[in-house]
Design a protein around this ligand. Structure first.
Ligand SMILES: Nc1nc2c(ncn2[C@@H]2O[C@H](COP(=O)(O)OP(=O)(O)OP(=O)(O)O)[C@@H](O)[C@H]2O)c(=O)[nH]1
Ligand SMILES: [Mg+2]
Length: 271
């Protein structure tokens, strides 16, 4: 995504109603101080639009950053902030849970883990909870500038093992200092939020064919499937989102693998 304009559009506290946004959202969750706001600044090419602090507990609201009037990056308060009082902590937890449950525009959830440390019990609980809800969380291992390049794979494996990540989980090491990993994260977000070519083509075809075609497509396609499946067995929307994310992320990984294979193929040919 080429960043043209960014804007902190909505700030939600514990008593706020969440916005009914017109575009897709991707959200960033993780322990306090792990680097969620710093990652969002790096993605937006801004130094301090998202407020950061060396003291944990800086972000205490859910902040929606509008990107190019095309999508939203959502900064969540961190969990595990020891100094907040128990009642407030519980309210933040409920607020995050409610957002993840109810947003109709949430396309993907990123879970941030400090690359230096073994994930905490809270990290494991959060990961498990997200998976149970049907999400396929993407893991960002933050602050990679704090360890040597050679140690990165070992630390990624330690995080994967401790969280017991599902097969095909995408894990991206990232540094807000050096911006390493930024392009990879944008590539992934683009693939999730930008409509695919075939979806655009299908929409264009429907538009050209007019309302009759649309009705027919509805009657023979989605509507029929919905009728065939009993109401109570239908998966809640956010389950579908999780599955969709898993499918798309898998596709992206396959594309990458093919790219790498073709690159190494070229090298062999040159020799
Ligand atoms: N060296 C280094 N420091 C980082 C990195 N990312 C964040 N930090 C620092 O870590 C501290 C916390 O960063 P934030 O982005 O405020 O963390 P947060 O997850 O938003 O924290 P809360 O809002 O409290 O939940 C700040 O002092 C940042 O400068 C990184 O990639 N490398
Ligand atoms: Mg923050």
């Amino acid at each position: 995504m080429v960043i043209k304009n960014v804007n902190l559009e909505t700030v939600c506290g514990i008593t706020s109603t969440f916005p009914d946004n017109p575009h897709y959202e991707v959200a960033f969750a993780g322990k306090s101080n792990v680097g969620k706001s710093s990652l969002i600044n790096a993605l937006m090419n801004r130094k301090a639009l998202a407020r950061t602090s060396s003291q944990p507990g800086k972000t205490q609201t859910i902040n929606f950053y509008n990107i190019n009037d095309a999508m939203y990056l959502v900064d969540l308060p961190g969990y595990g902030y020891a100094n907040a009082n128990v009642e407030i902590k519980a309210k933040w937890g409920k607020m995050i849970e409610k957002y993840l449950h109810t947003s109709t525009k949430l396309k993907a959830v990123f879970l941030l883990i400090d690359i230096r440390h073994q994930p905490s019990d809270n990290d494991c609980l959060m990961y498990e909870w997200m998976v149970e809800q049907g999400f396929a969380p993407i893991i960002i291992a933050t602050k990679m500038d704090k360890i040597s390049r050679g140690a990165v794979p070992k630390h990624i494996k330690m995080i994967a093992d401790t969280l017991k990540v599902e097969e095909d989980t995408i894990m991206i090491p990232f540094s807000a200092e050096t911006k390493q990993g930024r392009e990879e994260i944008w590539e992934l977000i683009d693939s999730l939020v930008l409509p695919e070519e075939d979806e655009l083509l299908a929409a264009a075809e429907l538009e050209t064919a007019g309302p009759v075609a649309e009705e027919t497509a509805g009657a023979n396609g989605v509507a029929d499937d919905a009728q065939a499946e009993p109401e109570k067995q239908r998966k809640p929307r956010w389950k579908a989102t999780g599955k969709e994310t898993a499918k798309k992320t898998k596709k992206l990984q396959e594309k990458k693998a093919a790219k790498t294979a073709s690159k190494s193929g070229k090298k062999i040919k040159k020799k």
